[in-house]
Design a protein around this ligand. Structure first.
Ligand SMILES: [Zn+2]
Ligand SMILES: [Zn+2]
Length: 217
């Protein structure tokens, strides 16, 4: 815990230092992070002024043309790599930046988003997205994506997995609504979850409590 706190302090200092010394351009793709040279030829991979490689993917190591927002090899967001590369490699390794579970999930979600934008949505990708959103506790988004999945891929083999994620998301949304004393809304979420999974005891219990509260109002 102490180590984490130290890491956080160091990271905050690094970010503050970058913020105050450089202009906001430090993470822009068309400005060289070493010499601040403004890049005009976006097809290049290196700064013509100092030779620095501008757009290297930190996930897979591919060197991309400056114009790329996502890695041509693995679809990871390159903006993140550009920010990371302004932080010293030793500091980065010491802090294990980008290696937390949540950071990894965010990278994967970015990769999926890029593929979807290119029109490459498959049941595998769509179900994985729902799974990852659920892992991130983004219940509302997970629920919406699960509905979308069921509409787009009604026969897919991942249907059971997506349903499981949706039931969990709906139960959490119901619970959050109950915490806000929004029992009518909670009932809707919980009822939908039970329609999908009638044997879900946790949801059934929550619904019972929520319905009782609603009667008191
Ligand atoms: Zn340069
Ligand atoms: Zn890559």
């Amino acid at each position: 815990m102490k180590k984490n706190l130290m890491g956080f302090v160091v990271l905050s200092m690094v970010l503050l230092a970058v913020f105050f010394t450089g202009s906001a351009a430090w993470a822009l793709k068309n400005v060289c992070p070493d010499c601040n040279f403004l890049q005009e030829d976006m097809e290049l991979t290196a700064c013509p002024n100092c030779g620095k490689i501008i757009n290297k993917c930190l996930i897979c190591g591919t060197v991309n043309p400056i114009k790329n927002d996502n890695c041509s090899e693995c679809s990871a967001s390159l903006a993140e790599s550009r920010v990371m590369r302004t932080i010293d490699k030793d500091v980065r390794e010491h802090l294990r930046l980008g290696e937390s579970d949540r950071a990894k999930i965010e990278v994967e979600l970015g990769q999926i988003k890029d593929k979807v934008e290119k029109g490459e949505l498959t049941p595998e990708l769509a179900s994985r997205e729902v799974e990852l959103l659920t892992k991130m506790d983004w219940w509302s988004k997970a629920n919406l994506k699960a509905i979308e999945f069921a509409t787009k891929f009604p026969e897919a083999t991942q249907t059971a997995l997506v349903k499981k994620c949706r039931v969990k998301s709906l139960r959490q949304l119901g619970f959050l609504a109950m915490e806000d004393d929004e029992y009518a809304i909670a009932n809707e979420y919980l009822k939908t979850a039970l329609e999908l999974e009638p044997n879900d005891k946790k949801t059934a219990n929550l619904l019972k409590i929520s319905q009782n509260e609603l009667k008191k109002e």
